[in-house]
Ligand binder design. Sequence first.
Ligand SMILES: Nc1ncnc2c1ncn2[C@@H]1O[C@H](COP(=O)(O)OP(=O)(O)OP(=O)(O)O)[C@@H](O)[C@H]1O
Ligand SMILES: O=c1ccn([C@@H]2O[C@H](COP(=O)(O)O)[C@@H](O)[C@H]2O)c(=O)[nH]1
Length: 242
Amino acid sequence: MSELICRRILLKLSGEALMGSQSFGIDPDVIRRVAEDVKGLVDSGIQVGLVIGGGNIFRGEGLAKAGIDRVSGDHMGMLATVMNALAMQNSLLKLGVAARTMSAISMEQVCETYVRRRAVEHLENGEVVLFAAGTGNPFFTTDSAASLRAIEIDADLMIKATKVDGIYSADPMKDPKAQFYPRISYDKALAEGLKVMDATAIVLCRDNQMPLRVMNINAPGALLRLVKGEEIGSLVESGNDR
Ligand SMILES: Nc1ncnc2c1ncn2[C@@H]1O[C@H](COP(=O)(O)OP(=O)(O)OP(=O)(O)O)[C@@H](O)[C@H]1O
Ligand SMILES: O=c1ccn([C@@H]2O[C@H](COP(=O)(O)O)[C@@H](O)[C@H]2O)c(=O)[nH]1
């Protein structure tokens, strides 16, 4: 169980989970603990690309309900993901982990602009690359951005680390009787309309054979155990229903 099962991963972190017990923003203890987990991966030789959501700060949909036009709201949401990426970059640097934010929206005084070939070079040099500003386009989510970047960088695995233990038949936060799926196919996840991840993100993974694991962000050390072969969370793959 100590052999690494992957060489390069794309890790999607829920922005909302970074709030911890707060109602907005970033809990410094949570971001430090997650950064320590990422360090564990890097120290064991895994190349790590990171996408962080923005739900702890702004989401375009919520802003639209408050009267802001949707495209401006989505721009605000994407800028929120840049803030989260910069905070995580800072936490990683403090732990001595080389980390670099690359944004899909150019802001050269703040961070590098995303260029795929450069991102891959940074990963090969052992740097954690934080892919910020989602896809750079409104009407998408950071789940879709994570699928896209996972495919672009040729990751062996995409991991969505969120507030629940994996994929269930219904939202486990709302339905205590929801049944846990240790393995599920992309098609079943889509057919059942499971809201753990948006459909665009799942379709991108399915059409490009990108295996996807959904797991709890609040389980210290679990990421390292996962890349060493332990079955943690739910695995989404073709024809993979159990
Ligand atoms: N069938 C399901 N199985 C598991 N979780 C589900 C399901 N349906 C809905 N959820 C909910 O989806 C949430 C995961 O989405 P999460 O908040 O990580 O996504 P996100 O919108 O990408 O987050 P953020 O915008 O904060 O990055 C879980 O916390 C869970 O409550
Ligand atoms: O490609 C993208 C990614 C994100 N957005 C906007 O940002 C927020 C925050 O992202 P989450 O995935 O919800 O955490 C999202 O609600 C969108 O408003 C985007 O427009 N394009």
